[in-house]
Design a binder for this molecule. Structure first.
Ligand code: SAM
Length: 192
């Protein structure tokens, strides 16, 4: 059976794969175990994936995997996504956020409202017109609730002339992660 109602992370992949073409530069804002980074890497073999993660253990683990596999189109950065502008000097086609903590790891190391909002704003500047940002948001923990509220408040205010924003949410599942999708419109001008 072909399923169309998908969990936030799977739906994010479906959307991003429609937009990214080989040669594009893209960002995984939350490396974790690297599933999204490997997915992005497969879409742009001749491009580049910039992938951010604050946990050194996760970075080391993932660098070992890509070394062993001989994958060359991924740059893993052991720093917070709120600093992405320090590392990326090109426009990017897609940015994926998968918020919260790494399952099976330290639950206190989670994305946080302030730094997430800063990263989203910087990411929106980096997107090319026609580029897309996906944000999978988890509300099943306390910081996640706050982060979700703050994010919704902020991105609801984005000018609809320049950004198209959707909130895709299960309405019959309690505390299910939801997906925010932000597309930078072709009408976006750099001087805004
Ligand atoms: N996309 C990942 C995957 O495919 O496995 C899962 C990401 S997990 C839900 C969220 C990750 O964000 C955690 O590994 C956490 O350490 C990381 N994180 C927390 N704060 C961060 C920040 N400011 N910048 C980058 N990563 C951060």
């Amino acid at each position: 059976m072909y399923k169309v109602v998908l969990k936030a992370t799977s739906l994010a992949h479906k959307i991003v794969e429609k937009v990214v073409v080989d040669g594009d530069v893209v960002v995984d804002a939350t490396l974790g175990n690297g599933n999204d980074t490997l997915f992005l890497s497969s879409l742009t073999i001749n491009g580049m994936v910039y992938s951010f993660e604050v946990q050194k253990s996760a970075v080391d683990r993932f660098n070992k995997i890509i070394d062993e596999e001989g994958i060359k189109n991924i740059k893993v950065i052991n720093d917070g996504h709120q600093n992405m502008d320090l590392y990326i000097d090109k426009k990017v086609k897609a940015i994926m956020f998968n918020l919260g903590y790494l399952p099976g790891s330290d639950k206190t190391i989670t994305t946080k409202s302030d730094t997430t909002l800063e990263a989203v704003q910087k990411g929106l500047k980096l997107l090319v017109p026609g580029g897309v940002m996906t944000i999978a948001v988890y509300v099943g923990h306390e910081e996640g609730q706050r982060e979700a509220e703050d994010l919704l408040k902020e991105i609801t205010e984005l000018d609809s002339k320049h950004f198209s924003v959707m909130n895709i949410n299960f309405i019959n599942r309690k505390n299910a992660p939801f997906l925010l999708v932000i597309e930078k419109n072709d009408s976006y001008r750099e001087d805004i």
